[in-house]
Write a protein that binds this ligand. Structure first.
Ligand code: SF4
Ligand code: SF4
Length: 372
């Protein structure tokens, strides 16, 4: 089996195919701290791609309440249990990946959810863990939960692609988006079992697998994916990630992932090098966050709390435009976003002025209350 480099694990690993990185990689950063769990993203995706017969239980985008929520049910717990000890030696993963732990006759260690597992997409919504101990002081709340936004990770080393015996799954060279060729797929469901994030889904009416396509027809026009553009909480920023050795500090994704290191991958220990990144929630137990996001979770929270000017400015560009921001700049007063042709898209003030209205409005002879 070829050896490839996985920068999330900081080491080489085995993978069935040679290392091949796209020119630029589709990526999204989610600021978990801002998510309100409204599911607008979920419905934006659903209304675009999965509203037809056979797709009733297919939610390419979902938002689950951690620690108990999971779609399909217990998707992560079941795989974590099978994978066994996942240990880090500093920044280097010393446990096994799902490829290295594959059982005889398989290329990937996976598990197959039952129909019942798929049937309750928002199980345990808003269900917290812990016991309230009289205060909500940081760094860790005693009673806690957070929303985890999930779509296909368009992994650099996809488990779904590795497992497909028909070579029906491929990764686009131009943007790293992972797609299923419907004409080649025979519905063996090896990918459903192998995707550690359970984002390859079987459709009974066509007897093939379908999955998130990153809204590539929109991305090809430089427009953001539906879940990103529709996000009410403005927690999502989509862009193009370079290879780790070609990081550009003025590229929003590169800055968040490689430069500031405030955004982290979900379950890096699986070994697929996923390309969705998360700014961890400040209030959740660190041991849990380290299991989800790797050993740098605490450091990412510290960086987020400090928010130097460049990071503060970039965070203000989240959710501000339908066009993908390829480059950004932060001055003393504004954050500025540019498209891929380096045309200016928008400017956002770093400090917004605040106006306090007089309680009594003489013009209309009415009294008004200001919001505190
Ligand atoms: S998240 Fe799953 S379906 Fe998506 S590319 Fe990775 S392994 Fe494949
Ligand atoms: S639309 Fe945005 S804020 Fe609402 S649930 Fe989705 S990610 Fe969270």
């Amino acid at each position: 089996m070829p050896t490839v480099f996985n920068w999330h694990l900081n080491r080489d690993m085995e993978y069935p195919y040679e290392e091949s990185r796209p020119e630029k990689q589709f990526a999204i950063v989610f600021n978990i701290n801002r998510c309100i769990g409204c599911q607008t993203c979920t419905m934006a995706c659903r209304n675009t791609w999965t509203f037809s017969p056979g797709q009733e239980y297919m939610w390419w985008n979902n938002v689950e309440t951690k620690p108990y929520g999971s779609y399909p049910h217990n998707w992560d717990v079941k795989l974590l249990e099978k994978l066994g000890p996942q240990t880090w030696d500093g920044d280097t993963y010393s446990g096994e990946t799902i490829f290295e732990a594959a059982p005889a006759g398989k290329r990937v260690l996976g598990h197959m959810p039952t129909e019942e597992d798929w049937a309750h997409p928002n199980i345990y919504e808003d269900t917290p863990a812990g016991v309230f101990q009289g205060s909500t002081e940081l760094p860790e709340h005693s009673l806690w939960m957070f929303y985890l936004q999930r779509t296909c990770n368009h992994c650099t080393y996809p488990g779904c692609l590795a497992a497909c015996p028909r070579k029906a799954i491929y990764k686009r060279k131009e943007d790293g988006v992972v797609l299923v060729d419907q004409s080649r797929c025979r519905g063996y469901r090896e990918c459903v079992e192998a995707c550690p994030y359970k984002k390859a889904m079987y459709r009974t009416t066509t007897r093939t697998t379908e999955k998130c396509i990153a809204c590539y027809p929109r991305n090809d026009l430089d427009l953001g994916s539906r879940c990103v553009v529709g996000c009410v909480g403005k927690i999502r920023l989509q862009g193009w990630l370079h290879s780790p050795d070609k990081s550009d500090p003025d590229n929003p994704m590169d800055y968040l992932v490689y430069e500031s290191k405030v955004a982290l991958p979900l379950y890096p220990q699986f070994g697929t090098e996923p390309n969705l990144y998360y700014i961890p929630p400040r209030w959740a137990p660190r041991t849990f966050l380290k299991q989800l996001f790797g050993p740098n979770a605490e450091q990412a929270i510290e960086t987020y709390k400090k928010q130097d000017k460049k990071l503060f400015g970039l965070l203000r560009l989240f959710g501000t435009t339908e066009t993908i921001i390829s480059k950004f700049e932060v001055t003393n007063t504004e954050a500025i976003g540019y498209d891929r042709s380096e045309r200016e898209l928008l400017r956002v003030a770093l400090d917004e002025p605040m106006y306090i209205r007089p309680e009594y409005d003489e013009k209309y002879a009415v009294s008004r209350l200001n919001e505190p």
